[in-house]
Design a protein around this ligand. Structure first.
Ligand SMILES: Nc1ncnc2c1ncn2[C@@H]1O[C@H](COP(=O)(O)OP(=O)(O)OP(=O)(O)O)[C@@H](O)[C@H]1O
Length: 481
């Protein structure tokens, strides 16, 4: 028996239930798509049709779809071939374009996707193909990435829109269903169409009628997010609920641990925080042992210690600040950025001074920094440094920014002056040309063959009349050569 969620996945955007405004925005974007256009960022809770809408749109547009994830950065060449080259624009299937799809764009901080946001940004820059990003949580997306996309919000689907779809599925499956049973499922799915379809499937499996009492037995498909889990810890929810949520999320205990750690500051009082850290540290030893011994049963202990222990410490304090991804991920990304900056700067200096990068880094960096400090403007110009690169030596953000601003201003003014000069030169040339044309007498009309003959005749008759004189003239002309 085929899974109904897949079987009834919308094939065209017209099959998408609800979210009409989001779908309209997507269609508009696709119809007007041209190179350099911002990617779409579809966001909203799970199971409401984001992925289906992206696939349906591609199908309606006749585009091929390529799902990527940011860790594919490791195979950068492949990505560049897919995203960048016009040569590969025409696909084997003859589709005119490829839609590049990044699902779970809010989950880029895991170990596999470290630096993932940067990777996606790089791909966006070079892409000659349309891109769609999908995320559950807008807060989980890197700021730069959010800024580079056009957001499209998908909202939870209203129960009254879910019901007709369920009725349609029932009629396609030849199941007779009562209105009450459909209403019950629609209302208890909290706007999640995937959950509704799964509940319908579970309640009616192997039957040809569906009544209310069957629904109570069908369990709602609930995929939790890490945000729900951390929220549940802070709210001090029951042990059973915590473990249920934990088994539903895709994050491993070591990642969950970092999320919980990040939220400890929300717990009231030093005592609570101390207790939470204590529980986390014990849980962490289990995580460590799991990896060391490759004994994954220990994960369960790690999870229960960290979740139940921290929920106990939180004492139901509740969520009063935004739940954020672990700050250490941001710091690590920052460290990577700094390292790349150092490599860039050393590379430029090494080429300019003809000195190996190692020597520059180990022996000369301090001296160079002193020199830069003496005349940063000249140095920045000579090595074509940007603000961050100059700041690498100056350690003064404001000063570096001002210097680079000044240089850019100079460049702009120089370009403006050059353009002006070019313009005046070309207008002078035009003026001169006009004057030359004016001064030059009109060109002699060409003598036609007929006129020449007539002239000849005249000359021959004249010759007879002015014999001697003509002879003399002809001779003088010849001598003049
Ligand atoms: N708006 C919708 N209209 C019709 N069917 C839907 C809709 N939303 C979800 N479904 C059903 O739920 C299934 C899952 O939907 P989909 O994968 O598009 O959700 P999603 O919002 O992308 O969820 P996630 O964020 O978990 O990936 C679809 O295959 C389809 O059966």
């Amino acid at each position: 028996m085929q899974d109904w969620v897949e079987k009834y996945r919308p094939q065209s955007v017209s099959d998408i239930v609800g979210n009409k405004e989001a779908v309209r925005q997507m269609v508009e974007w696709a119809k007007n798509w041209q190179r350099g256009q911002e990617p779409l960022l579809l966001y909203g809770k799970p199971g409401i049709g984001k992925t289906s809408a992206a696939y349906a749109l591609a199908r309606d547009m006749g585009w091929e779809i390529v799902e990527l994830n940011a860790s594919d950065q490791r195979t950068k060449g492949i990505i560049e071939r897919i995203a960048g080259s016009t040569a590969t624009t025409m696909s084997l299937t003859g589709a005119s374009r490829k839609l590049l799809l990044f699902d779970e764009a809010d989950n880029l901080h895991g170990s596999a996707d470290r630096g993932g946001a940067r990777a996606i940004l790089d791909i966006i820059k070079i892409s000659m193909q349309p891109i769609i990003l999908i995320a559950n949580d807008l807060y989980g997306i890197a700021k730069e990435l959010k800024g580079a996309c056009e957001p499209v919000q998908f909202k939870a689907i209203q129960a009254r829109s879910i019901a007709p779809r369920l009725r349609y599925i029932c009629s396609a499956e030849k199941i007779s269903c009562s209105d009450d049973s459909i209403r019950d499922i629609s209302e208890s799915s909290s706007g999640d169409m995937r959950a509704a379809v799964n509940m319908l499937f579970a309640a009616s499996a192997g039957k040809d009628t569906l009544s209310e009492d069957m629904i109570a037995t069908a369990e709602k498909d609930e995929r939790s997010t890490i945000f729900e889990l951390v929220g549940a810890v802070l709210k001090g929810q029951s042990d059973r609920r915590l473990m249920e949520l934990s088994s539903n999320i895709s994050d491993t205990p070591d990642t969950t641990e970092q999320w919980v750690e990040e939220s400890i500051f929300q717990m009231k009082g030093i005592e609570s925080q101390y207790l939470a850290y204590k529980n986390l540290s014990v849980a962490d030893t289990y995580v460590g042992n799991t990896y060391r011994r490759q004994y994954y049963t220990l994960w369960k202990y790690a999870s229960s210690l960290m979740l139940i222990g921290c929920a106990d410490a939180a004492g139901g304090c509740g969520v009063f600040e935004r739940i954020m991804p672990p700050s250490r991920w941001r710091k690590m990304a920052g460290g990577k950025k700094q390292k790349n900056l150092r490599i860039r700067v050393l590379n430029k200096l090494s080429e300019g001074y003809h000195v190996p990068e190692d020597t520059l880094r180990d022996e000369l960096l301090t001296s160079v920094s002193v020199l830069v400090d003496l005349n940063p403007m000249k140095f920045a110009k000579d090595f074509e440094l940007d603000k961050d690169e100059l700041n690498f030596f100056l350690h003064d953000n404001t000063r570096s920014a001002e210097i680079i601003k000044e240089i850019k201003k100079e460049i702009r003014e120089r370009e403006k002056a050059e353009k002006k000069k070019e313009k005046s030169l070309s207008s002078k040339k035009t003026k001169k040309l006009v004057e030359t044309v004016k001064e030059k007498p009109p060109a002699q009309p060409e003598i036609s063959e007929k006129t020449k003959d007539e002239k000849k005749d005249t000359i021959s008759s004249d010759e007879e009349n002015e014999n001697g004189k003509k002879q003399a003239e002809t001779q003088s002309t010849l001598f003049s050569f």
